[in-house]
Design a protein around this ligand. Structure first.
Ligand code: HMG
Length: 383
């Protein structure tokens, strides 16, 4: 039985900043952000929007009434939770109108969370092929203003419907996982921003990719020639490229050229959005599928998921016949185009906007599923 991604979509907030303008205001050579980090724009969200609103907007685009009746598992992978107890998946389940007899929960392990969710959904659907599962990656990547992490922020969500008749990507059972207890990026309870050892995080990411990829090739007797493309977790677009380049000396020139060309197609959207944390790998996958004309049904894709702390996974999938007809390319490109550009001072103001969740607050945001009101520490959403 094939189990995998039946539908996939992303949603990003309606504001962004230009990275050249940010560099100028921060007195940094724009080449550092545009080339060294590899980001052109960065998504910014107002305080009337959160991981639930991003997730609901991403999922609502792909779900039909029939899907909502068939879904019996809702998983949100996130490291931007706003409640230590109640899962955002429970709120989403109601907002999206999914049938009652479903299991809904949240998974956390930095940027790896959604991949753990995907594995859980795959196992569930393998045992219950008549069901469908909704897996959502939703995050707000915030490092604060005027520091090394600032140009690698971002926000948004990716929603994936998992079924036993996947129209886009069938997920294989061949996978390699790796856990290493490393403090490269972590956010102790109560901290608004993560603590980061940037150079260690880059080094751990690259080492982790080398370990899982090399073990995969050895265990499953596969090499670069077997992969039409590799998709990476993309905290910033230069990161995945560095990891890919670190293994390419083992590849033929033809394989290296192909994988680098596909990599460039996989970062088109991330360049304009920034880090989605758990969603970044899947934003990269959407970008690859929607921007590559070289891929075809039957092609094998390799996916590298990395969550600081650190958990990594290399896994693979096969593109399904007619997959390109089920992508939402026009919608996604319009979503990016229709955003409003903020000046750097407007971005700083939005970033610093303080909301006291203990006080009743109302918002006037027109975006579907945005927060309407906060009362007694409960968020009420428009839907
Ligand atoms: P930094 O110290 O500001 O930057 O930190 P840098 O000095 O290392 O420079 C970055 C690159 O720009 C370098 O290229 C420079 O040479 C180049 P590299 O040597 O690395 O190839 N550069 C220029 N290029 C062209 N023209 C110029 C110029 N000037 C310099 N004029 C860092 C960068 C990414 C560390 C920082 O932004 C940071 O800490 N970000 C957050 C951590 C992060 O994203 N780590 C990635 C791996 S960990 C991960 O992916 C997990 C994560 O998503 C979290 C999770 O799992 O939950 C983060």
């Amino acid at each position: 039985m094939n189990v995998g991604i039946d539908k996939i979509s992303f949603f990003v907030p309606p504001y962004y900043i230009d990275m050249t303008e940010l560099a100028q205001v921060r007195n940094v050579d724009p080449g550092k952000y545009m080339i060294g980090i590899g980001q052109s724009e960065m998504a910014i969200g107002p305080s009337s929007q959160d991981i639930v609103t991003y997730a609901a907007n991403a999922a609502n685009k792909i779900l039909t009434d029939e899907d909502k009746k068939a879904i019996d598992l809702v998983i949100v992978g996130t490291e931007s939770s706003f409640d230590e107890s109640k899962a955002s998946a429970v709120i989403l389940h109601r907002l999206l109108g999914i049938q009652d007899f479903a299991r809904s929960f949240e998974i956390k392990e930095a940027c790896y969370g959604a991949t753990a969710g995907l594995e859980a959904a795959k196992n569930h659907i393998s045992r219950h092929p008549e069901s469908k599962a909704l897996v959502i990656a939703a995050d707000i990547a915030r490092y604060g203003l005027n520091n090394g992490g600032e140009p690698t922020q971002g926000a948004g969500a990716v929603a994936m419907l998992i079924s036993s008749q996947p129209k886009i990507l069938a997920l294989s059972d061949d996978t390699i996982n790796l856990t290493q207890d490393i403090y490269d990026f972590w956010r102790p309870t109560g901290h608004a921003y993560p603590l980061v050892d940037g150079p260690l995080s880059n080094e751990t990411y690259i080492n982790s990719f080398n370990k899982v990829y090399n073990r995969y090739s050895k265990e499953y007797q596969e090499s670069f020639g077997d992969f039409a493309a590799l998709a990476f977790h993309i905290p910033y677009t230069k990161m995945g490229k560095k990891a890919l380049q670190s293994v390419l000396p083992q590849a033929s020139e033809q394989d290296a050229t192909r994988l680098l060309e596909r990599y460039d197609e996989s970062i088109t959207y991330s360049r304009r959005v920034g880090n989605l944390y758990t969603g970044s790998l899947y934003l990269g996958l959407i970008s690859l599928l929607e921007n590559s004309t070289a891929l075809k049904a039957g092609d094998k894709l390799g996916l590298f998921s990395y969550g600081s702390g650190a958990v990594s996974q290399f896994f693979t999938g096969i593109l399904q016949s007619g997959y390109e007809k089920h992508l939402l390319k026009d919608y996604h490109q319009a979503l990016l185009l229709q955003r409003t550009k903020l000046t750097i001072s407007a971005y700083e103001k939005m970033f610093n906007e303080y909301v006291d969740y203990n006080k009743t607050t109302t918002f006037n945001d027109e975006l579907p599923f945005s927060i309407a009101k906060i009362e007694d520490n409960i968020r009420f959403y428009h839907n």
